[in-house]
Design a protein around this ligand. Structure first.
Ligand SMILES: [Fe+2]
Length: 267
């Protein structure tokens, strides 16, 4: 893939999204936020791929996945009035259907197309689907890490801001309560991602976000979560919860052991 091929997709993306963003009845804040999220994930992806030293073609394929990973959100919001996949359809599948309908990546090779569709599909799955070829799986891992970095950023900003409606959405309408649910701790102690149905309060949501640490694929991302302070900010209020202490230690170790191992190798 070359830059001309990418630019063609970027132009299509602008043309495709414009009518949604110029909606006659005003544009919902959530769509503007999603547009900004996509733009930042593209930047996160460029940082990640350059940290990994990938070649230009590989970087551009990954950037295309970043640009298109949430494109289904536009049609989803207009058609169903929600960004909840549970209440509507999978935004990843919808995005792929829209890209196919407009033949917007048809100028790429068949292999590139397949990798990009798999990246979009797998960015929002609980786990990456099994039995993918190496290049496809690698690209799925890239988008999952780049996306998570920006989700952490957005969540923390919303949490620290004073927009209560956004905060309610970020916390899935769950109440602020002291205490962490045992079910969430059990998920974490088995090294699993926290199940959405286990969450009963806002501490549980914070721990669910932290549990993503077990699902990260690259040392770069782990280091960024520590360096940018995301781990400290999210775990701050949880440190005083007796039943969460051990889980937090394990999470921090998960982030740091890779860092330590890398330091030893470089020493
Ligand atoms: Fe998404």
């Amino acid at each position: 893939m070359n830059i001309e091929a990418y630019n063609k997709i970027a132009h299509w993306y602008d043309d495709y999204t414009r009518p949604y963003l110029e909606g006659v009845n005003g544009v919902p804040d959530s769509l503007r936020l999603k547009q900004a999220h996509i733009a930042r994930v593209v930047i996160e992806m460029d940082s990640l791929t350059s940290a990994l030293g990938l070649d230009e073609s590989q970087c551009l394929i990954a950037r295309t996945i970043a640009l298109l990973h949430d494109i289904g959100r536009y049609e989803q919001l207009v058609r169903w009035g929600t960004m909840s996949d549970r209440a509507s359809v999978s935004h990843s599948e919808l995005g792929i259907a829209e890209i196919k309908k407009h033949n917007s990546i048809g100028h790429l090779s068949g292999t590139e197309e397949r990798i990009i569709f798999a990246g979009i599909l797998n960015h929002s799955r609980r786990e990456i689907e099994p039995n993918l070829d190496e290049a496809t799986e690698f690209n799925c891992k890239l988008i999952r890490d780049a996306d998570k970095l920006d989700i952490y950023k957005v969540f923390i900003e919303v949490d620290m801001g004073d927009n209560e409606a956004l905060k309610m959405t970020a916390y899935l309408d769950l109440p602020e309560e002291v205490g962490v649910s045992d079910k969430v701790i059990n998920d974490l102690e088995s090294g699993k991602l926290v199940d959405y149905v286990s969450m009963q309060n806002r501490h549980d949501v914070r721990l669910m976000l932290l549990s993503w640490v077990y699902d990260l694929n690259f040392d770069y991302t782990r280091a960024q979560i520590l360096e940018r302070g995301y781990f400290n900010i999210l775990s701050e209020g949880l440190k005083h919860e007796e039943n969460a202490k051990q889980a937090l230690e394990r999470l921090e170790l998960e982030l740091r052991t890779r860092e330590i191992a890398k330091g030893l190798k470089e020493a």
